[in-house]
Design a protein around this ligand. Structure first.
Ligand code: OOG
Ligand code: NI
Length: 266
């Protein structure tokens, strides 16, 4: 087995446990005779040098991935980069990081306190990608972080895992348009993220995307269990550009809304 297949299999196992709906939706598609191909897998982190984007990307670069375009999200105070492998059958890897220095001193101190609990040297290795939450945190701290940044709250609760896998819609035989797939998923009882509209992007920007709302799962905080949004499933349809090749990048305005799939629903 290719080393990368092992990495993605471990990531999927962890993700499917955290995100029961992803396994269920995948099964719905497979039962219709579809081959489910992953467009990309996404990771989140903080921009602290001990675990920033470069650390998350390191095992992927080591296994042949190449760094591609970067994206900036002003309001959410995030930076992201995607990585691609020369073998087009492998999913792209999208990594974002929260820009800590742009937040309140309180958030920065809280997050640095969490990171200080981490064992040294695991981030940057394959095992780091599925490490889960390497710190102890109470539910009040989670809520306080999430009130300032939903992303910070999510990171505090879940740590390191695949934030989402993404179905490559072009590879599905039974759905010509992403709108049809979105309707199918919703009809089967999975609420979708409607921030910025059900379908984000379009043929004009060569990428159309939609995603479910994250599963609600019990998380063991240091002061007890609490049910919070975990991970979501995404769907992406890519279009040809003028040069006849399929667009491989991302669209910042769409991604900005996709991030909200893990927001706490109030
Ligand atoms: C990433 C959101 C952006 C995309 O495909 O544009 C994204 C996240 O929620 O961590 O996945
Ligand atoms: Ni994505």
């Amino acid at each position: 087995m290719h080393a990368l297949e092992t990495v993605f299999a471990a990531l999927w196992d962890q993700y499917a446990t955290l995100t029961p709906q992803a396994h269920e939706i995948r099964t719905l598609l497979v039962d219709r005779g579809e081959m489910v191909v992953n467009d990309h897998v996404a990771f989140r982190t903080f921009d602290d040098p001990r675990l920033g984007i470069d650390r998350i990307a390191k095992p992927f670069l080591h296994l042949g991935y190449e760094a591609k375009d970067t994206y900036r999200f002003e309001q959410k105070k995030l930076f992201a980069r995607y990585y691609q492998h020369p073998d087009p059958s492998l999913p792209k890897v999208f990594v974002s990081e929260l820009l800590l220095s742009e937040f309140s001193q309180e958030l920065q101190d809280t997050v640095r306190g969490l990171i200080d609990q981490m064992p040294d040297g695991v981030m940057g290795k394959e095992e780091g990608l599925t490490m889960g939450r390497p710190w102890s945190v109470d539910s009040e701290t989670y809520e306080r972080l999430a009130a300032e940044s939903e992303y910070a709250g999510w990171m505090a609760a879940f740590g390191f895992c695949a934030n989402h896998f993404t179905v490559f819609v072009n590879a599905l035989k039974g759905f010509d348009k992403i709108e049809d797939l979105a309707a199918f998923i919703e009809e089967n009882g999975y609420p979708m993220n409607r921030s910025g509209g059900l379908i984000k992007g379009s043929e004009e920007v060569a990428l159309a995307q939609c995603s479910t709302l994250a599963s609600q799962v019990p998380v063991a905080f240091s002061d007890g269990e609490k049910t919070v949004p975990s991970c979501y499933y995404e769907f992406a349809q890519r279009f040809e550009r003028e040069d006849g090749t399929l667009y491989q990048g991302f669209v910042a305005a769409s991604a900005d809304k996709i991030f909200e799939s893990t927001d706490r629903q109030r």
